[in-house]
Design a protein around this ligand. Structure first.
Ligand code: SF4
Length: 486
């Protein structure tokens, strides 16, 4: 393979450093769910699709059930994603074609995928890349805009932009680049108001530096004043395992921190986890579990000989830290009660673990996202448990996530127990039923809707709503989708 032009290499290094968590934003558990979610995402936000699919997949979990779906029922389930008449017909046609041609399985072959009803080149590429790991670079509206602003293509169709990108970047980087460009388009290079002053690739961007008229808006930008440009982000790296000043045997009792450490390339330094640390899935087979979050197995922890245990004050009781003190094991306790707390926590973890170069761009991007005034949106109650009902109050991380995303959290502070009458008295416009910590299901949504017929009830991704750090951006996308501010 010929050597890469230095600018494209540098561009990807910076995107990699700024978006180490870049990945498919459509929630899915298998190729079937992904192809369905991708079809629904046409002319719709990923956040809205993620609100729709839990109930859809609970009712129609596979190709045989979807192939026999009653059209009107399917339309009602996907109505909020728009164009639901066409999408419903395509989904039933897709499921019937999967049954007739592929035994009900999604094929990993581009031609066979592209021949399925409702599956165009973009959908086929998304499924190939994210479900099967086949290098592909689907150009959506964000990539189309960002690529042209960055001068990576002058073409005026997504297909030609895709061809230009595939020529510029090596095949093995296509999947990663696809997600990085989408994240960059969503978080910084906004269609109408790109934040060039905070952009990690400003020095490589002819549009941001005013050298090229913005191909999207048709105007020439004023370059940010000297000194305001974001400093170039260093290439991500895992710290040397021989650096004995840094913790090398880390136990994380916090699910989203465990996921974050893996995203930062620190999996080899994870000596243990709580049994609720289940993402990414492969760590269940490679990193030993040491009890739960409230009741960690202290004997197991001692035997794993950690040089740092990471805790979070809401998730792990103080008694755990006291017990670790008694065992002479160092610990670090985060305290996350707001989205802003995540900015400080990212920096603290980056510093303590020797990966400030990975943490800082994430912290900075999140801080940029939190800038500006929030409108007071619909009153929202986030239930986190059933029998008895419990909610996440306005002073919790979940409460602040709702606020930052454009909703108004209601209810008492902390994690109160509520009766049906309490919920009625709170008069929420919207009740959220996350899929964890309690495993709320479509039948709970139906039952609650009957009890509160004039309240909007939404089944939502529990990890997006309740996990922080590795999931905060996903959570903000989710809430903005609910509030209609995305
Ligand atoms: S400098 Fe501005 S236009 Fe260029 S990629 Fe960054 S945000 Fe987009």
């Amino acid at each position: 393979m010929p050597p890469r032009p230095p600018a494209s290499q540098l561009l990807q290094d910076r995107l990699r450093a700024a978006y180490p968590d870049a990945k498919c934003a459509l929630d899915h558990a298998d190729p079937f769910q992904l192809v369905v979610a991708t079809i629904l995402s046409a002319q719709c936000t990923d956040a809205r699709v993620n609100l729709t699919t839990p109930a859809l997949f609970a009712r129609f979990p596979d190709a045989p059930s979807l192939a026999a779906a009653p059209l009107l029922e399917l339309e009602a389930l996907i109505r909020s994603t728009g164009f639901y008449h066409n999408k419903a017909r395509n989904l039933i046609g897709l499921a019937q074609a999967l049954l007739a041609r592929h035994g009900g399985e999604v094929p990993a072959d581009p031609a066979a995928l592209g021949a399925l009803p409702g599956v165009g080149q973009k959908t086929a590429n998304v499924v190939l890349a994210n479900a099967f790991g086949v290098p592909a670079l689907a150009v959506d509206t964000h990539i189309f805009r960002v690529a042209r602003r960055l001068g990576l293509s002058k073409a005026n169709t997504p297909e030609k932009v895709e061809a230009d990108l595939c020529r510029t970047f090596p095949r093995e980087d296509w999947i990663e680049l696809h997600h990085q460009l989408i994240f960059h388009g969503r978080r910084v290079c906004d269609a109408r108001r790109p934040d060039c002053a905070a952009c990690p690739v400003l020095s490589l961007c002819p549009t941001g530096r005013g050298k090229l008229k913005d191909p999207h808006l048709g105007v020439r930008f004023q370059p940010p004043p000297e000194g305001e440009a974001a400093p170039p982000a260093p290439t991500p790296r895992a710290p040397s395992p021989t650096d004995t000043t840094l913790p090398q045997r880390i136990i994380s009792l916090v699910p989203s921190v465990t996921e974050l450490l893996v995203q930062w390339g620190l999996a080899a330094r994870l000596a243990g986890r709580s049994r609720f640390c289940i993402e990414p899935r492969w760590i269940r087979n490679t990193v030993p579990a040491a009890g739960g979050t409230k009741d960690p197995d202290l004997v197991r922890i001692r035997d794993l000989a950690p040089d740092l245990v990471i805790l979070e004050k809401d998730e792990n009781p103080k008694a755990v830290a006291d017990a670790l003190d008694g065992l002479g094991i160092p610990w670090l306790a985060l305290e996350i009660r707001s989205v802003q707390d995540c900015v400080a926590a990212l920096r603290l973890l980056g510093e303590r673990l020797g990966v400030a170069d990975l943490a800082e761009p994430m912290a900075k991007a999140l801080a940029v996202r939190l800038k500006g005034r929030r409108r007071k949106g619909p009153r929202a109650l986030a239930l986190i448990w059933k029998e008895p009902w419990m909610s996440a109050g306005p002073d919790t991380y979940v409460g602040d996530l709702l606020r930052q995303g454009g909703l108004t959290p209601v209810g008492p502070d902390r994690y109160p127990v509520l009766t049906d009458s309490d919920i009625e008295a709170l008069a929420p416009d919207l009740i959220l039923l996350p899929t964890e910590p309690y495993r709320f299901h479509a039948r709970h949504q139906t039952a609650l809707q009957k009890r509160f017929p004039s309240t909007r009830i939404e089944l939502v991704n529990g990890q997006a709503l309740t996990w922080y750090l590795s999931r905060t951006d996903q959570g903000l996308d989710l809430v903005q989708g609910l509030a209609g501010t995305s």
